[in-house]
Design a protein. Structure first.
Length: 202
C-alpha cells in the first residue's frame, strides 16, 4: 500500500507519520510528500528520508479548479491508496474531494464538531471550554465535517495562551495521526452511515 502526504508548512505531523511507518514497519510506504508551497519546511525532512517530494504551487494557477486538477495529476502519479492531509492549508474543491472519497484523511486541531475553520485554539479560549483537542477525520466536501476516526483530548489550563494550548494539542496530534493512518493501511476502517467503524476498537 502507498500513501501520499500533503503539507503546506512545518510538516511535524507528516514527520510523525513517516517515523511511525519506519519504526513500526507498516505494510505501507510513504510514496511522496507534496506541498502547495515550495518553501514548506517539511519538504526538507521528507527529502532527507529519501521520500519523493513535489510542489504544486497554488499561486501558479488562476483558480481552485485548475489547481486541484494539477494537484490530482501529481498525486495520482504516485498511485496512492491513501492521501493524508497534514497541515495542508488549502480548501479543496468538491470534485477533488469526491475523487478521493473514503481514502483521504485530515487532522484538525479541535474536538470536532466544535471549532471548525481557522484559529481553533483562540476559538477554544474565547469559548472558555475546559477541554480541547484534535480530530482525525475522513475528508468530505463539507469543511472539517467528515466521519471521525480518532480524537485526543487535552485540558485547557488557567493562564493558557494560544501558543501553550497549540503546543499541548500538537503533542497529541503526533500520537493520534500516525495511529489513525496505520489503522487505515491495515484495513481496519470503514464508513457506515456516515460514521467510522474501526474493527480493532470494535
Ligand atoms: C496542525 O496543528 C494541524 O492540525 C493543522 O495545522 C497544523 C500543522 O502542523 N491542520 P504541521 O505542519 O503538521 O507541523
Amino acid at each position: 500500500r502507498s500513501i501520499v502526504i500533503l503539507i503546506s508548512g512545518r510538516g511535524s505531523n507528516m514527520e510523525a507519520i513517516v517515523r511511525a511507518a519506519q519504526t513500526e514497519q507498516w505494510p505501507a510506504r510513504i510514496a511522496a510528500v507534496v506541498s502547495n508551497r515550495a518553501d514548506a519546511e517539511g519538504l526538507k525532512f521528507a527529502a532527507s528520508q529519501g521520500i519523493a517530494t513535489a510542489v504544486v504551487a497554488s499561486k501558479d494557477y488562476p483558480d481552485r479548479e485548475q489547481f486541484d486538477a494539477a494537484l490530482r495529476v501529481v498525486i495520482d502519479g504516485f498511485a496512492p491508496d491513501l492521501v493524508v492531509l497534514a497541515g495542508f492549508m488549502r480548501i479543496l474543491t468538491a470534485p477533488f474531494v469526491e475523487h478521493y472519497a473514503g481514502r483521504m484523511l485530515n487532522i484538525h486541531p479541535s474536538l470536532l464538531p466544535s471549532f471548525p475553520g481557522m484559529a481553533t485554539h483562540r476559538q477554544a479560549l474565547m469559548a472558555g471550554v475546559k477541554v480541547h483537542g484534535a480530530t482525525v477525520h475522513f475528508v468530505t466536501a463539507a469543511l472539517d465535517h467528515g466521519p471521525i476516526v480518532a480524537q485526543a483530548v487535552v485540558p485547557v489550563l488557567e493562564g493558557d495562551t494560544e501558543q501553550s494550548l497549540e503546543q499541548r494539542v500538537l503533542v497529541e496530534e503526533h500520537q493520534i495521526y500516525p495511529r489513525a493512518v496505520r489503522w487505515f493501511v491495515e484495513g481496519r476502517l470503514s464508513i457506515e452511515d456516515g460514521r467510522v467503524r474501526n474493527s480493532e476498537a470494535g
